[in-house]
Design a protein around this ligand. Structure first.
Ligand SMILES: Cc1cc2nc3c(=O)[nH]c(=O)nc-3n(C[C@H](O)[C@H](O)[C@H](O)COP(=O)(O)OP(=O)(O)OC[C@H]3O[C@@H](n4cnc5c(N)ncnc54)[C@H](O)[C@@H]3O)c2cc1C
Ligand code: FES
Length: 511
């Protein structure tokens, strides 16, 4: 999916429209010069903001207005209609805002407004030295939000990656398929971090945290003091534990370096075996097919992703990949790998110049665990994303938090959740005491089909399929008892957004 720029359509908003053309609660796509502009009405107020989402270019006019915000249909970013601010990830940049004038029965859009200034610098109370462990989605979003909130103290990001924060979801999709240019991958330019006073240390691993002394020890032998710390160390891929798993043509995929290594290997390969029918495994399969490789997928389950998506979607995903030439070996596990073949437990042998394992990840908990922080299959945090040690927060794939929607403590591996947790943790580092109550959301892309998933249903009582899966137009509702626990959709983005808002309302704390 790319940053498609729609040709400006709809009415010329400088000439204006009749008030009657925009009902209360409605949105309309128009343009000002060459720029597509979204006009939205809420009661007597009318807002005009840029119509293209700053994440991947989603059409905001096809999204959902909720209060004085609009949510993007593609991956649920949320923008303020008043200021254009990207209130919730995955969009990080604001959209433009225009002045709207109403004279009599006509609404006209006037000049573009100056971007909202950064919030007032934070009061002298609160932390003056913030350290973020991890340069992934959560760490990056936290660093940006600290600055957006006016934090002007020291801010360091320590990352074991050798590249600055990148668009990790793309590493198995367009980038791996060779259809995304290199400049889509960094979340920000190096200048951005300099200009915002974010001191990034790459290729450095934190080895220990001293919560009482408020100090982090690094693998290079140095240490750093902090007033507040965010643990955003994410997760690392599990390698298969079979003979041959350490051979150089056997890859896992987490970092930009991993994706580049697979691209290099793919250029010299004809046949790939993907071990594991996980989201990442199957996205890799799709990308390698796009590169023209023969692709075999080996996985123990009867249907790909059935445990998370249920049998109907599992069968759909299998058929979709088979249509694109992927060969499945389901109900099978790998026994051993050698230089040219993958041996299955069944005795079958598959030729493979390239092997990619997508069999899951484990949270990177060692610095937190060594510090004696409370753990629960991940770093345990409260509703404010604070760990058992005051002033130390955790966010993203590493954190297990009390999810108000499922009523369970959950740890999940979704990009949008990681970024939003980073944003909430940043505000809480500054004393906001904001509960993390976003409804979990993720998407997965297979060829030209995006599957969106909202909520959390590790188990369910019933599945209801509405629509036509074969026609790529459906919603799959996962219920526990009568309660909707999760919703998977294919090209039904409005329903996904409406359900998100309904789930938020159902668990909103009484004001
Ligand atoms: C290939 C791929 C595709 C994906 N596609 C999707 C998708 O389509 N949709 C979706 O919702 N999710 C997707 N995900 C999942 C999503 O990327 C993760 O949920 C998200 O990256 C988690 O963010 P994070 O900041 O918690 O962890 P990460 O992004 O993994 O970042 C962790 C950071 O911590 C650093 N680190 C680790 N240990 C240490 C240490 N001891 N000291 C210092 N730094 C350390 C790492 O180097 C890294 O910089 C995908 C993941 C991958 C790998
Ligand atoms: S394109 Fe709008 S959230 Fe991704």
């Amino acid at each position: 999916m790319g940053a498609e720029q729609a040709a400006p359509g709809g009415p010329d908003l400088e000439s204006g429209i009749a008030v009657s053309e925009l009902a209360d609660g409605a949105m309309l796509l128009g343009h000002v010069g060459e720029e597509p502009v979204l006009l939205a009405r809420r009661g007597a107020e009318v807002f005009a903001i840029g119509a293209i989402c700053t994440h991947y270019g989603g059409p905001l006019a096809e999204g959902l207005m909720a209060g004085d915000t609009v949510r993007c249909p593609w991956h649920h970013a949320c923008f303020s209609l008043r200021t254009g601010e990207a209130v919730r990830a995955p969009a990080l940049n604001p959209v433009s805002c225009w002045k709207v004038e109403r004279s009599g029965e006509r609404i006209r859009v006037r000049e573009k407004l100056e971007p909202a200034p950064p919030r007032r610098p934070h009061a002298a109370v609160g932390p003056r030295r913030v350290i973020i462990l991890g340069g992934g989605g959560a760490g990056n979003a936290a660093a940006e939000m600290l600055r957006r909130e006016g934090y002007d103290g020291d801010l360091a990001m320590i990352s074991a990656d050798d590249a600055p924060p990148c668009d990790r979801p793309n590493l198995s999709k367009d980038y791996l398929a060779g259809t995304a240019p290199e400049d889509w991958i960094p979340l920000r330019s190096p200048d951005f971090y300099k200009e915002n006073g974010i001191d990034i240390a790459l290729n450095v691993r934190a080895t220990a945290i001293d919560p009482a002394g408020k100090r982090v020890a690094l693998a290079d032998g140095t240490s750093r003091d902090f007033d507040a710390l965010l643990i955003a160390t994410g997760a690392e891929p599990i390698r298969p534990s079979v003979p041959g798993a350490a051979l150089p043509h056997v890859h896992t995929l987490r970092s930009l370096a991993d994706s580049r290594a697979i691209i290099r290997a793919a250029a010299a390969s004809r046949r790939a075996v993907v071990v594991g029918a996980s989201f990442i495994g199957l996205e890799v399969a799709a990308s390698l097919r796009t590169r023209g490789l023969e692709v075999h997928v080996v996985a123990p389950e009867a249907r790909p992703m059935e445990r998370i998506m249920g049998p109907e979607l599992g069968a759909f995903i299998r058929a979709l990949h088979e249509e694109h030439g992927v060969v499945f070996h389901l109900g099978q596990t790998v026994a051993a790998i050698d230089a040219g073949q993958v041996a299955l437990q069944s005795g079958e042998r598959l030729d493979a110049d390239l092997v990619v394992a997508g069999i899951g990840v484990r949270p990177v908990t060692d610095p937190a665990e060594g510090a004696g922080l409370a753990m629960d299959r991940g770093v345990k945090v409260n509703e404010y994303l604070e760990t058992s040690a005051s002033g130390i927060f955790a966010a993203g794939d590493v954190a297990r938090w009390p999810d108000p929607h499922s009523g369970e403590a959950i740890r999940i591996e979704h990009w949008v959740v990681a970024e939003r947790q980073g944003q909430t943790a940043a505000r809480n580092i500054l004393g906001a005491r904001e509960r993390f109550d976003a409804v979990p959301f993720f998407w997965s892309q297979h060829y030209d089909v995006q599957i969106s998933y909202l909520g959390h249903a590790p188990a369910w009582d019933t599945i209801e399929v509405v629509g036509d899966m074969g026609a790529h137009d459906c919603a799959v509702r996962f219920r526990r008892g009568r309660k909707l626990a999760a919703l998977a959709t294919i090209f039904r983005d409005r329903e996904s957004l409406e359900t998100e808002v309904a789930m938020e309302r159902a668990t909103a704390a009484p004001s």
